[in-house]
Design a protein around this ligand. Structure first.
Ligand code: F0G
Length: 460
């Protein structure tokens, strides 16, 4: 039986959300071109589009906003944030950005050249797009277990170490400016990476002298999984685990909109002084001065406090337990969910759920639109609509191994009743799944970011 975790907080401020009816939502979907990103948030009841920047801040963070020091250079909130990030990561140079993708942009535009290969367990969409925008080639090397939705494995986010070494030998060390590791592995289902795997990647990085970075958005959630699933760490504190994880890397990109528990914020952190200096020049052109990076002093303070709160074990137990609760409710009702349940969201195997819809008509997007139409729930497709690409040599469409729909849970936001509403709605849709049809893209098909703006129509 699914078990709901105890919440280590009580609610002090609420935000009203309204209901819509099916007729209204039918029109909203039509107007949105069946792209859920075009749906006005006021027309959504439970918004599980993303866990990024959508969580609730604590009273301590809100109090921090009042402590904002809006001086242009070296405000006290920057000094606080820098010390917190150094304490967590042990990395030397900290470069603030307003969100994660700017950290990626600054890094990749400096180190990726035409034809460079970037290795990752799985690139997330903006990470992939940032590599491609610099004419690099993103290569995904997640372990085989990570590509099978129903297979149970404690660390499905791990990188395949043999494939990593093969890729380095095949393409040549000189063409590989960086190895990245996404913790937890978002596109692979929010699955964690083990400490052992991180250590093994470090060994390969040392052997071939290649810089090794984390895409660290969900580092605290990953650390919690290490604690509960990797025997050796069961008595370690989250802080100790996090410190050890970061001790193996040369740098990281970070979207603090996830485990920084803020609505906006991010950073790039690294040990290479020369690289940091090059990037700092770009930062001033793109984001702002070195000590605010496109953010207000108050935002820096909220981030410094959020990063500390994310290490709290009671919080993480609740956080991961809440996601598992929703996943277990669906699993117990026979809904095909990716297992084990991930950290920041429940991922539904849409290829199985909507078996009657071929990949070319986007079974995941069909489920996303059905959930909105039937229940006002917003989720996101992570599958063929997001990732299918044309092979430049053969002209054939290459489909991703999985067609998933992600129910991402904003942090500290929704209650048990909301989750039960979501699961009841999905169970109902599953009973009547044959009545839903696929979709066809009407415009922007060639764009690697089409899932954000392309319009679609129903294939009846
Ligand atoms: N890396 C990963 C693994 C991410 O999940 C994201 C964002 C980013 C980088 C970029 O960070 O949004 O601050 O620029 N993921 C969000 C999501 C958008 O919905 O999963 P950002």
């Amino acid at each position: 039986m699914a078990k709901y975790p105890l919440e280590p907080f009580r609610i002090k401020v609420i935000e009203t959300i309204g209901h819509t009816d099916r007729n209204e939502r039918k029109q909203v979907l039509k107007d949105a071109g069946y792209n859920i990103f075009n749906v006005p948030s006021e027309k959504v009841y439970v918004d599980l589009l993303t866990d990024s920047g959508t969580g609730a801040m604590s009273a301590w963070q809100w109090a921090g906003l009042q402590q904002g020091d809006e001086s242009y250079a070296n405000c006290k909130n920057w000094i606080h944030l820098e010390s917190v990030v150094k304490d967590i990561t042990g990395l030397k140079y900290i470069i603030p950005t307003h969100q994660g993708r700017v950290a990626e942009n600054l890094l990749f535009s400096t180190i990726v050249e035409e034809g460079s290969l970037v290795l990752n367990n799985n690139h997330f969409d903006t990470t992939r797009a940032n590599v491609l925008a610099n004419k690099g080639v993103p290569l995904d090397l997640v372990v085989d277990e990570g590509k099978s939705p129903s297979l149970d494995h404690p660390f499905k986010g791990n990188m395949n170490i043999e494939k990593l070494e093969e890729a380095i030998k095949e393409y040549g060390r000189e063409n590989i400016p960086i190895i990245m590791l996404t913790i937890t592995n978002n596109s692979g289902g929010g699955q964690p990476v083990s400490m052992e795997n991180i250590q093994n990647i470090r060994k390969i990085a040392d052997k071939y002298d290649i810089p090794f970075f984390f895409d660290a958005c969900r580092f605290a959630e990953n650390a919690y999984f290490i604690k509960i699933r990797e025997e050796k760490y069961k008595n370690s504190s989250i802080k100790e685990i996090v410190n050890e994880m970061f001790s193996y890397v040369d740098g990281c990109t970070m979207s603090a909109k996830k485990d920084g528990l803020v609505n906006i914020g991010g950073f790039l952190a690294l040990n290479d002084r020369k690289l940091a200096d090059k990037i700092k020049e770009k930062l001033i052109l793109i984001e702002g001065f070195l000590t605010y990076g496109g953010l207000a002093g108050r935002d820096l303070e909220a981030m410094a406090r959020g990063l500390q709160e994310a290490l709290n074990e009671d919080y993480l137990e609740y956080r991961i337990g809440q996601t598992k609760y929703l996943g277990d409710l669906l699993d117990e009702a026979g809904i095909p969910v990716l297992k084990p349940i991930g950290g920041h969201g429940v991922f539904i195997d849409a290829k199985t759920f909507m078996e009657h819809i071929p990949q070319k008509f986007f079974p995941g997007q069909a489920l996303v639109t059905a959930m909105y139409f039937e229940a006002g729930i917003r989720s996101v497709e992570i599958g063929s609509f997001m990732f299918a690409t044309k092979d430049p040599k053969t002209g054939k469409i290459v489909y991703p191994p999985m067609d998933l729909v992600r129910l991402a849970l904003p942090r500290r936001m929704y209650t048990k009743a909301h989750l039960e509403y979501v699961s009841d709605s999905i169970i109902e849709i599953h009973k009547n799944r044959q009545q839903y049809c696929g979709l066809r893209i009407l415009d922007s098909e060639e764009s690697s970011l089409r899932h954000f703006f392309a319009r679609l129509e129903l294939v009846k």
